[in-house]
Design a protein around this ligand. Sequence first.
Ligand code: NAP
Length: 274
Amino acid sequence: MMAGINAQTRLYGVFGDPVAHSLSPAMHNRAFAHIGENAVYMAFCVQDIGKAVEAVRAFDMGGVSVTIPHKVSVMEHLDEVDETARAMGAVNTIINDQGRLTGKNSDCAGAVKAILEKTPIDGKDVVVLGAGGAARAIVYGLKEQGGKVTIVNRTREKGEALAAELRVDFQPLEALDQLACGIVVNATSVGMVPDVARSPAPASFFKKDMVVMDIVYRPLLTRFLSDAQDAGCATVDGIAMFVYQGASQFEWWTGKDAPVVQMRETVETLLGQR
Ligand code: NAP
């Protein structure tokens, strides 16, 4: 990668704090190299998001990923925020179109693409576990695709508030076992290292015709997915959403198809799966 850097190289990056463990630089650099794009993607540990956005303008950066804690505060520094990102209340991507900076959110498209690989969404009953930032993007995307979504969340008030805002149903965690659905998504952090023995759903919940996605990717095979596989369900792991949200960013920035196979391979290698 480094050998290719020259006076025409376009700079991209991720702004966040912390960012030292971000998987995005390796994934995007592999993608740029694969399609022969003269670009480099770096991780920037940013405290002052306003100054960092000024740097995008000053250096004419090609685009930026934005992560915690700047996904909300970045919005006031941009020229425009698109409709989906406004509905999310969060920007995870900056597009630089000849100096005009637009905020977008690729989490929604990432989750939808990952599920569409396994099943159509239109008309399906969908249960989304969780009511945080990731759940908001997923519920919004699945509803746009015609899914009949029910949010299930530990904290009732948070779940009800998100369900009311996005105009979907809410059920408390205790009701989970009685819910019938074709698609289930874990959008909580339950099951993530080090609590790998935990799952947000009892094993008895899974029925073999369900498509089950977990957005947790450390570990890749969570207890939630492993219980679903034991019940004969089709499963979608957490890398799928991560790679597809990155692929959407890549396509917005370059206008070219993202090499998703190579991007996934890179992330799997980083996570020790290869
Ligand atoms: P968040 O805003 O903090 O929301 C966390 C959610 O998990 C809340 O609904 C919370 O419920 C629930 N939760 C946490 N601990 C729980 C427990 N012990 N029992 C039941 N529910 C619990 O986090 P987020 O940004 O949405 O991220 C959620 C997870 O998704 C994280 O693990 C993150 O790494 C992962 N993620 C993955 C991708 C991807 O591309 N694969 C993208 C984004 C995020 P309460 O409301 O009751 O607190």
